[in-house]
Design a protein around this ligand. Structure first.
Ligand code: PLP
Length: 392
């Protein structure tokens, strides 16, 4: 009996525990310090009324013999898949019902999708990165090549046409950097993926934050993407579903490799290993796509957007280089005066009592950078920015 030894190659994820440790140590020594947390990647506003009503109604249905639902379809109920289909159609993207798979969030699907791919595949992953892409591939022992995201390329790496690739991860708007790919840039990635015969794994978890109509919110806005890409979406940030758990993955029927439609493989995988998202959560998710649900979600998103704009404006006024914030809840700033990420962390904690996330925790190219998030309250964001202006 052998364990999967690839797990032993994973680096201990100490980023958030180290942050918690440093904050605890500081507040113990300075109990009067009013620390503002701007490192959180979780939403803080509650579900909107349309969603809560749907959740309650579906809960009540489960309590009656006539309306009780047992196991549902593994790929999701049609009422929700049709709502997702319509959400794409409104943006001019035509998909088939079979292309849509409901899941319990983007993280699970991003990890589980790797069941479909051979371990020998070469994987391109941006650095800095949402750590799930890296760790899930490392668990399977795949070769990882990093795409350098740097200040020079605006943290939006482009393909090196001489570099072979089988799987490519792109996340736009990006976590941790908040950078968003333009249409031209995504067109180049799609051309490259098609030329390589690679599969592009496009993480659109933050698409709802894109305001600029010129910026793509889906990879399927790009010609040729259906032949090479799948898209991972989440209601976590769009609708405050981090504690509800619901997302959707789009795998177009056109996406085939070795003569096999990947959609068919994913359906087989899901029907074997997954029993679907709970009925009440899917009803609540469907309510997100109704006019009332959309309006409620937009209201919450607007609060985060205003926070992000305020942070961005403050950094601009202070002459601090950054990306993100305009079409994204994340801001990625260069640490001032050549400070390292952790030096700046301590500086912000001890000075203005602001907690953010050191960029070095997301990859080697994150050193010297720092992530701030817009998921706090407007009051605490305003207070933090006032303190920041005074301190630097
Ligand atoms: N993708 C990115 C880039 C994320 O930042 C997150 C969550 O923070 C996820 C996916 C996971 O989202 P979910 O809550 O749907 O699993």
């Amino acid at each position: 009996m052998r364990i999967n030894e690839h797990y032993l190659t994973l680096e201990e994820s100490y980023l958030f525990s180290e942050i918690a440790h440093r904050v605890a140590r500081y507040t113990e020594a300075h109990p009067e310090a009013d620390v503002i947390r701007m490192g959180i990647g979780d939403v803080t506003l509650p579900l909107c009324p349309a969603v809560v009503n749907a959740l309650e109604a579906a809960g009540a249905e489960q309590g009656k013999k006539e309306t009780f639902h047992g196991y549902g379809p593994e790929q999701g109920y049609d009422f929700l898949r049709k709502a997702v289909l319509e959400y794409y159609r409104e943006r001019g993207i035509s998909l088939e019902l079979a292309d849509i798979f409901i899941g319990d969030g983007a993280k699970s699907d991003l990890g589980n999708i790797l069941d479909l791919f051979h371990e020998d595949n070469t994987v391109l992953i941006p650095d800095p990165v949402y750590p799930v892409y890296r760790d899930t591939n490392q668990m399977a022992g795949r070769r990882i090549q990093y795409l350098n995201a740097t200040r020079e390329n605006g943290f939006l790496p482009m393909p090196d046409w001489n570099q072979p690739a089988d799987l490519i991860y792109l996340c736009s708007p990006n976590n941790p950097t908040g950078a968003v790919y333009t249409r031209d840039q995504l067109e180049e990635w799609v051309r490259y993926a098609n030329q390589q015969g690679a599969v592009l794994l496009f993480d659109a978890a933050y698409e709802a934050f894109v305001q600029d109509p010129a910026l793509p919110r889906s990879i399927f806005e790009i010609d040729g993407a259906k032949a090479c890409a799948m898209e991972f979406c989440s209601l976590s940030k769009t609708a405050g579903f981090t504690g509800m758990r619901c997302g959707y993955t789009v795998i177009p029927g056109e996406l085939q490799r070795g003569g096999v439609p990947l959609q068919a493989l994913w359906l087989r995988r899901q029907t074997t290993k997954f029993n679907g998202v709970s009925y009440p959560v899917q009803r609540a998710a469907a309510a997100v796509f109704t006019p009332e649900g959309m309006a409620g979600c937009r209201k919450n998103l607007e609060v985060y957007r205003q926070n992000a704009l305020l942070i961005s404006q403050t950094l601009t006024d202070m002459g601090l280089w950054h990306v993100g914030g305009v079409n994204s809840p994340y801001l990625w700033m260069e640490c001032p005066n050549g400070m390292s990420s952790w030096e700046f962390f301590d500086h912000l904690l001890q000075g203005p009592h602001i907690v953010g996330t050191p960029g070095s925790g997301f990859g080697k190219n994150g050193e010297g950078f720092f992530r701030l998030t817009a998921f706090g309250s407007p009051e605490s964001t305003r207070e933090a920015m006032a303190r920041l202006r005074e301190s630097c």
